[in-house]
Design a protein around this ligand. Structure first.
Ligand code: ADP
Length: 464
């Protein structure tokens, strides 16, 4: 019996370490604002890169014509075609084809990668234009969503800073990604040019803004996490004399790398980080995103197993890193059957533990809840941090109390995991207060990362 209590204690200590009371969330909000200022002041001034995108106008619904887009950097590689009807009619049709990128292309040469992308796009375009009989000799504008850190030099060009997410094509680092793709397209005889080179968050913001012009920021919470927002150009100190027509520019925060001593970090988070291939990097992401939540839960269960006789002989089955994925963890958390039958099945199927008793299943759910609640509340603090930075959080004397503000959100964790979504939404209201929160709308921007790039290609197609 003592040993059962030890397992309960492990969970209790973990819960304490993960606590995110309102005061703590406010500290995280303020820390994010400070880091945003620092990242805007100078390159390398903060763990937040605050990358310029050179996007100063976002689509507003008036765009017309046929545009293509490519989306590289998520789980799948996608090609898209969007037909825009202009004011009043919006998106007339859109078609998306998605496929996993062949593994070997992730570590070959940039020429092989761009050749593959250009061929896939060419085949797609030929099929589509045959069907719709809208063949044209006009040079089409392409939006390219490329979700890796890029140092942009204009809307349509940028140099790769480094690869992430398992890609390692060395010769591409430091090269202009858009030019590389254009060369491959020319070789294949594809009459297209890259009109917009963007990050996935920027695509999400573009689609959000297309439907709702009060959209000021976008957040992605899927395998990884990131955010972007519209900043005033005069606040971008590191780029003096930056002039745009709108007086604003979209800034890609790369917020997965945010760090602050106010973040509630436990020994499990530290161990996870130390055993990761990117130590001391992506600290915020490691507490929030789909790649890691299940893994944090697994580490706590493993400790419970070690310190009690909860899981008997099967304890070592919990020792394999990343053997508990976030969707499986979510399925346990969302088990609403009275006897938690789904949790029992999952423990049996995933960890060969057929006889986990009901009270232990309840404890497992508590661990899932702690991890998810912390993640969602920290993400909420991040969103409020952005709103505070741009004066839309209702604080101060600004008229922002009654100003309508939208944030576009995308990513499987938010769209597919209702407990996570509920906790996040609740925490935003808690931090802002009900009166201000009434004017803040969080809105899912489905397929935004790809469609948004096509919209940006449309909005910037006359730029060159
Ligand atoms: P990506 O970020 O890879 O481009 P998504 O935005 O669809 O793609 O996010 C997928 C990630 O979201 C998965 O890795 C998983 O961690 C998480 N996820 C997806 N569906 C769910 C779900 N139902 N419950 C919990 N997490 C989910």
């Amino acid at each position: 019996r003592r040993r059962w209590w030890r397992a309960v204690e492990v969970v209790g200590e973990f819960e304490e370490g993960c606590a995110t009371p309102l005061g703590r969330l406010r500290q995280v909000v303020d820390a994010l604002v400070v880091e945003m200022h620092a990242g805007l002041a100078s390159d390398g001034g903060s763990k937040l890169k605050m990358l310029l995108t050179f996007i100063d106008t976002l689509p507003d619904g008036s765009e017309e014509g046929i545009y293509y887009a490519l989306d590289l950097g998520g789980t799948n590689f996608r090609v898209l075609r969007v037909q825009l009807g202009g004011k009043g009619s919006m998106i007339l049709s859109h078609k998306v084809e998605s496929q996993p990128l062949p593994e070997e292309l992730k570590s070959g040469t940039s020429e092989i990668l761009f050749d593959y992308i250009a061929s896939t796009l060419k085949n797609f375009v030929e099929r589509e234009e045959d069907d719709s009989q809208q063949k044209t000799d006009e040079r089409r504008a392409l939006g390219f969503t490329f979700s890796f850190p890029v140092r942009q030099t204009s809307v349509s060009s940028g140099f790769l800073i480094k690869w992430t997410k398992g890609f390692s094509i060395e010769d591409a680092v430091g090269k202009d990604i858009a030019r590389g793709l254009e060369e491959a397209m020319t070789t294949k005889g594809l009459n297209m040019r890259v009109a917009a080179l963007v990050n996935d968050t920027v695509g999400t913001l573009a689609l959000g803004h297309y439907y709702d012009q009060d959209t000021v920021a976008a957040v992605i919470i899927g395998t990884g996490t990131n955010a972007c927002y519209i900043e005033r150009t005069d606040a971008i100190i590191k780029c003096q004399g930056l002039l745009t027509n709108s007086g604003g520019m979209v800034v890609n925060m790369e917020w997965g790398n945010f760090w602050s001593s106010h973040l509630p970090r436990t020994s499990y988070d530290i161990a996870l980080d130390e055993e990761s291939p990117n130590r001391n990097d992506q600290g915020f992401e490691k507490m929030i995103s789909g790649m890691y939540l299940g893994e944090v839960v697994r580490r706590v269960l493993q400790r419970m197993a070690q310190e009690s006789d909860l899981f008997g002989d099967a304890t070592q089955n919990l020792s394999v890193p990343f053997s508990l994925s976030t969707p499986i963890m979510a399925a346990m958390h969302e088990d609403d059957s009275p006897d938690l039958e789904r949790v029992r099945q999952i423990m049996e199927q995933n960890f060969q533990m057929p006889h986990v008793p009901l009270k232990t299943r309840r404890l497992i759910i508590r661990v899932c809840d702690i991890v998810t609640r912390r993640a969602a509340r920290l993400a909420a603090a991040g969103i409020v941090g952005i709103l505070k930075k741009i004066g839309r959080d209702g604080s101060g004397r600004s008229r922002s109390k009654s100003q309508r503000t939208s944030v576009a959100i995308e990513g499987g964790l938010y769209t597919g995991y209702s407990n996570f979504r509920d906790y996040l939404n609740e925490a935003v209201v808690e931090i802002l207060g009900e009166e201000v929160a009434r004017n803040v709308i969080l809105r899912v921007s489905e397929d935004g990362s790809g469609i948004g790039a096509a919209l940006l290609a449309a909005a910037h197609s006359l730029d060159r």
